[in-house]
Design a protein around this ligand. Structure first.
Ligand code: LLP
Length: 421
């Protein structure tokens, strides 16, 4: 459920008509709903209320500081993968003890920065990383709390570019080698083993892969405890999918996911961490765009929008589907026709969808891409020198620009011409 609904014939974000935002801020623009972010975060809290837990929002899904602050104020932790995401989490007021650091390529500088600023746990992905962390933490005279990300070799049954839990993926340490690596970690100075971590992929629409992976995690935890390790936290990763289409094939709910966690690892007495990104932010955001032209092609008509693949890359990158809906609700029985919906970027790949049934939209008419709150603005670029897309946050009947659209001057000011030219 989200808070983007038609009222009086106009699509609203909570109580704000999207037409008002388009007028005030221009398009394209991302619009997020505080109520939806809050609702989704609380669903995960409730799904784990049977045990001590921390819901760490995966900052990569939506890293706007205002969005992070909405979640931080509800008690969220953050799952970060770079110094930049750490800085954003801190700027949103998240204390270090609620931040976990994931990712296969943490640099020494990043390790130092988070050890100085405070960190709950490193999710270590390789032995070389473990060694570097040991050196850096000991040189600073501190102990780095770690979980090792274990690759369970299960098929997440999702898009190949976002599956991470198969042995051929670059992530984690093969489960068969985990005990050996934990033994090594326990001997290293500056390292304190606190848990086990897994993340098997994103946009999972079936609970079975989670169940398989977490069953392996439970066995491993028992074995590690037998080996003498103090395993007190289990980080189950993120990955629960969202409905991108309004049909009856909705993925499982957070409460059902929480049930799988309980059934597989619930008896171990560990604190549970999870790292959902898409499920919290995805349906809490839309991308608002205007029609520039209607163009008749050979046997097909094109709707040319002012949003492009640089603003929302998921369709071009993964063949992902986003519902595209008119902001002004068509009258009942209004004639519809099929359009290929495209952006202005000079690539055929800049096609959002083909054969979309829409009622007549004149140039200047507004459309919304649904389910764009996760992996939308964060993956935007300035390709074709299109200034970075702005973001707006709505709460009730108020809205605020939370990232402004850069002017052309601001965009150009980041380049410089060497004096010898
Ligand atoms: N934890 C780790 C270690 C991750 O790598 C990810 C996502 C998450 C948590 C959050 O997963 P989520 O709950 O959002 O599924 N750009 C792609 C998605 C890439 C996901 C990468 N890792 C897309 O647009 O579909």
């Amino acid at each position: 459920m989200d808070h983007f609904n038609y009222k009086d014939g106009i699509l609203h974000a909570e109580d704000v008509p999207l037409t008002r935002i388009a007028e005030a801020v221009g398009t394209p623009v991302y619009v997020y709903s505080t109520a939806t972010l809050t609702r989704h975060f609380k669903l995960f809290q409730q799904a784990l209320d049977w045990t001590q837990h921390l819901v760490c929002f995966a900052v990569k899904a939506n890293s706007n500081i205002a969005v992070l602050k909405v979640l931080a104020d509800l008690g969220a932790g953050m799952d970060i993968v770079s110094a930049g995401e750490y800085a954003r989490a801190k700027a949103a007021g998240v204390p270090g003890e609620r931040i976990v650091f994931s990712g296969v390529g943490k640099t020494g500088d990043e390790m130092r920065m988070v050890l100085e600023g405070g960190i709950r746990q490193f999710n270590v992905e390789s032995e070389p990383e473990l060694e570097l962390l040991s050196q850096i933490a000991s040189s600073m005279g501190v102990e780095a709390p770690i979980a090792i990300r274990v690759n369970p070799d299960v098929d997440a049954k999702t898009h190949e570019k976002i599956a991470t839990g198969k042995s051929e993926n670059k992530f984690g340490i093969p489960i068969a080698r985990a005990r050996e690596v934990y033994a090594r970690a326990a001997r290293l100075p500056g390292i304190q083993v606190v848990g086990v971590d897994m993340h098997i992929g994103s946009q999972l629409t079936d609970l079975d892969p989670f169940r398989q992976a977490y069953a392996k995690m439970a066995d491993l935890t028992r074995a590690l405890r037998d080996d003498g390790h103090d395993i007190r936290r289990l980080d189950m990763g993120g990955g629960l999918g969202i409905p991108y289409r309004r049909d009856n094939n909705a993925p499982p709910l957070p409460i059902e996911f929480g049930q799988v966690v309980r059934e597989t690892v619930g008896d171990l007495g560990c604190e549970i961490e999870i790292e959902p990104g898409r499920n919290i932010a995805g349906n809490a955001g839309i991308l608002l765009s205007s029609v520039i032209y209607l163009k008749e092609g050979e046997g097909r008509d094109f709707l040319i929008l002012d949003a492009a693949m640089n603003d929302l890359v998921r369709p071009a990158m993964y063949g992902a589907h986003h519902d595209i809906v008119p902001v002004i609700e068509p009258s009942v029985g209004a004639a519809v026709s099929a359009f290929d919906v495209v952006g202005p970027v000079c690539e055929t790949g800049d096609t959002f969808d083909k054969g979309v049934q829409l009622s007549a939209l004149a140039p200047g008419g507004l459309v919304a891409f649904r389910s764009a709150g996760a992996y939308g603005a964060v993956m935007a670029s300035e390709y074709n020198s299109r200034p970075l897309v702005p973001e707006v946050l709505v709460q009730g009947d108020q809205f605020a620009v939370i990232r402004a659209r850069p002017s052309l001057e601001e965009m150009l000011a980041r380049d410089s011409i060497p004096e010898w030219l």
